[in-house]
Design a protein around this ligand. Structure first.
Ligand SMILES: Cc1ncc(COP(=O)(O)O)c(C=O)c1O
Length: 500
């Protein structure tokens, strides 16, 4: 059989070589350093500066693929930060899985473009079903589901939470324009602790000239828990209405990137509900990381108040064993979203779209063409089941408690904010320099990797506006008690150096 680029035997042989490599790479993660020691330019220097004129060919060329694997092992792997290492505690880990890898593989083999329902009905309908499955799993209200007969909402898979924020913002603006408001008067509200993707969305949508432009972006102050101050939000909105501006989008964060704080969504939703339609902004909920915890009934509180939201995003590529990239984005009114993105040139017109009976996902985001990301989610959910995914989240939270207990018991460390799910934020007793040194030295040893943030923290003598804090996010696939013990021993060794 002639395959694209291969004879059948050669393909199976090459696949075997790559599968063997995958197994040995995954196994090596148990023992290898987490981060790379390469200097800028090291990788470039090892790669030929021109492409090969002659390829490996379609036939059996075992040596060719062995050579590719050798290059992977000797050039590429040493230049990676091993995000799949069980000792990776930085940022928010991307917990992938082999069922997710298989989903990516199958999606690549199919390589369909699900831009329209008609360009691959299965691509669209599998995605719709996955969005409904996930809505069920997270306990979302029916208004976000396709399969509820009264719902006008639904969801799609975006690449990232940043894309979801942009989609929410343009939908929000379109809705306000539809209500007769002038598009040049739109304002956006989020907290000082929100992810930078909200400001970026404002920049891309033309509401901010650069990241510092606050003429139409309001960064609402936070309380002592680093959650948005709902009263300050209410006042900012009232002032803008008074000034003739149009509150367009409020974006809350349920589980902030820095410390895992939760904005008071219930109160914010109630406050916004009191505004007349013409002034009521779109309420977007960014639960990119913490939303995954809502899969466990005991953690559903992370989405308390979601019934008043216009849109919501959760990233299974962060904490739900689904390979990058996969952001779930739901809207309460799908037409509000598609009105902002729909444009139909003659070459895309088709009978099914014209009938209005199908979902055309190209209208839900900026790109036209789209990958079949739903397959990997389907594989992951079928493989682990909801119970398996819950067990994954719960085990990480239990492990984070172990690390939290270590921090609390160690007199040279300070737990700066309450542990949030799997995230523990701490500093070294004393000044920021010690915390910075601790993080640098831990990461410099490369056995584990953690990250940092800078946040306002209440100190003994009042507010410290820019406190350096170390972040340990338990979320890697395969992390267990052994890795937490290793993390603790790394922190201890370095603490002895930093605090004499
Ligand atoms: C709360 C929150 N929102 C948004 C993002 C951005 O995610 P993405 O990379 O999917 O755009 C992050 C990333 O860590 C995050 O923590």
């Amino acid at each position: 059989m002639a395959l694209r680029g291969f004879e059948e035997d050669a393909f199976l042989g090459a696949l075997d070589t790559i599968s063997q490599w995958a197994l040995s790479y995954m196994e090596s993660l148990q023992s290898r350093d987490v981060s790379s020691a390469r200097a800028p330019g090291d990788i470039l220097a090892q790669l030929p500066d021109a492409p090969p004129m002659k390829g490996m060919g379609k036939g059996v060329d075992a040596e060719g693929w062995n050579a590719v694997v050798r290059d992977l092992e000797t050039i590429i792997e040493p230049g990676l930060v091993h995000w799949q290492s069980p000792r990776f505690f930085a940022y928010f880990p991307c917990s992938a899985s082999m069922p997710g890898v298989m989903g990516e593989f199958v999606a690549s083999v199919l390589n369909v473009n699900g831009m329209l329902w008609s360009t691959s009905p299965s691509a669209t309908e599998l995605e719709m079903r996955m969005m409904d499955w996930c809505a069920q799993m997270f306990g979302l209200p029916d208004q976000f589901r396709f399969d509820d007969k009264d719902s006008i909402g639904g969801g799609c898979i975006q690449g990232t939470a940043s894309e979801a924020a942009l989609a929410a913002l343009v939908a929000a603006r379109r809705r306000q324009v539809g209500r007769g408001r002038d598009r040049s008067t739109m304002t956006v509200y989020t907290s000082t602790q929100a992810h930078s993707s909200i400001i970026k969305a404002a920049m891309v949508a033309g509401l901010a000239d650069d990241s510092e432009d606050r003429s139409r972006v309001r960064l609402i102050p936070v309380d002592e828990h680093l959650a948005m101050d709902a009263k300050a939000l209410e006042q900012a909105i009232a002032q803008d209405i008074e000034a003739g501006l149009t509150p367009c989008l409020v974006s809350t964060t349920q589980g902030t990137t820095s410390t895992g704080a939760f904005d008071p969504l219930v109160e914010i939703g109630q406050d916004l509900a009191r505004l007349p339609d013409a002034h009521r902004p779109w309420l977007h909920v960014d639960a990119a990381w913490a939303g995954a915890a809502a899969a466990c009934p005991e953690h559903r509180y992370v989405l308390d108040g979601i019934e008043r939201a216009d849109s919501l995003c959760i990233n299974p590529h962060k904490w739900l064993l689904t390979n990058f990239d996969c952001d779930l984005f739901w809207v309460r009114d799908r037409q509000a979203l598609t009105d902002s993105m729909s444009i139909t040139p003659a070459y895309l017109r088709n009978q099914q779209s014209d009938s209005g009976q199908v979902i055309d996902y190209r209208d839900w985001h900026v790109p036209l063409g789209r990958r079949m990301r739903a397959i990997k989610l389907w594989f992951v959910i079928r493989h682990f089941g909801v119970e398996g995914l819950r067990a994954h989240i719960r085990s990480h939270i239990e492990l984070a408690k172990v690390f939290e207990a270590f921090v609390t018991d160690e007199p040279r460390l300070v737990l700066e904010v309450e542990r949030s799910l799997g995230l523990v934020c701490f500093s070294v007793m004393g000044d920021d320099a010690k915390t910075k040194a601790l993080i640098e030295r831990i990461n410099g040893r490369r056995r584990v990797m953690i990250s940092h943030t800078v946040v306002p923290i209440a100190g003994q003598d009042g507010m410290i506006p820019d406190r350096w804090v170390a972040r340990v996010a338990v979320g890697s696939t395969g992390v267990g008690r052994k890795e937490i013990d290793e993390l603790v021993s790394e922190v201890r060794v370095v603490l002895d150096e930093v605090v004499q």
